[in-house]
Design a protein. Structure first.
Length: 230
């Protein structure tokens, strides 16, 4: 199997060098871009398995790069930034990123997070069932594909994992804290807003009327559940 290809987008040559050295030592192929415009230009041809993306860059910030990537691709994105405010994380997850690591960072932790994202994006979900039908939703655990009324819906890694968890436990109410613990491999204690953002994105993709959802229901004061009725 060919090595995973990681695109590193950062305008700081020192950070790029550290990340590149770390990833190459782990057997990854590395593609570099010094700004967002460069990244968007080469991404379609390189087709990386994951993008490591800085936020504060010239010409185009990382949020805008993420927004444009998500318009065309579901490539996993890990934000690597000195911005550590919770709101920046919320904005990032609202745009569909898969993880957020703040600078200064541990190279070992970066590798662990990248491997966790790649593992989730390539492997079937935990209970290994290949196919789950919940009402007019159909999820394929092997291909990580989702259809709603027979129409293909493209989801990010975390969006799929969240929907899979809900669909394999129809009617069960998961609190935001439980979803945070189950879907995020790393410690985001207290950031349950990230779950709210993720559910909002899911509803926008699978509900006819996201403001009045009939599939992913809010149980006020508790959390969320999936209604599997036709």
């Amino acid at each position: 199997m060919a090595p995973y290809k990681i695109m590193v987008v950062d305008d700081d040559p020192k950070v790029q060098k550290i990340v590149e050295h770390t990833l190459r030592n782990e057997g990854f192929t590395v593609v570099k871009a010094l700004d967002g415009e460069d990244a968007l230009a080469i991404l379609p041809g390189e087709n990386p398995h994951l993008v490591v993306l800085d936020l504060m860059m010239p010409k185009m910030d990382g949020f805008e790069v993420c927004r444009r990537i998500r318009q065309r691709f579901n490539t996993p994105i890990l934000i690597l930034s000195a911005k550590d405010a919770e709101m920046d994380k919320v904005v990032g997850f609202n745009l569909g990123i898969d993880d957020y690591l703040t600078k200064p960072f541990s190279p070992k932790e970066l590798v662990l997070r990248i491997k966790a994202i790649l593992r989730r994006s390539q492997a079937p979900p935990g209970d290994m069932r290949q196919r789950v039908i919940a009402g007019d939703l159909e999820l394929n655990g092997s291909t990580r594909m989702v259809t709603v009324k027979g129409k293909l819906v493209e989801l990010t890694v975390k969006e799929f994992d969240t929907l899979w968890l809900l669909a394999t436990h129809p009617g069960h109410v998961f609190t935001r804290s439980q979803l945070l613990d189950r879907i995020w491999d790393t410690d985001y204690t207290g950031d349950t807003n990230l779950v709210t953002v993720l559910i909002k994105r899911l509803r926008e993709k699978i509900e006819e009327d996201p403001a009045n959802p009939r599939r992913i229901k809010t149980v006020w004061g508790l959390g969320y559940k999936l209604d599997a009725s036709p």
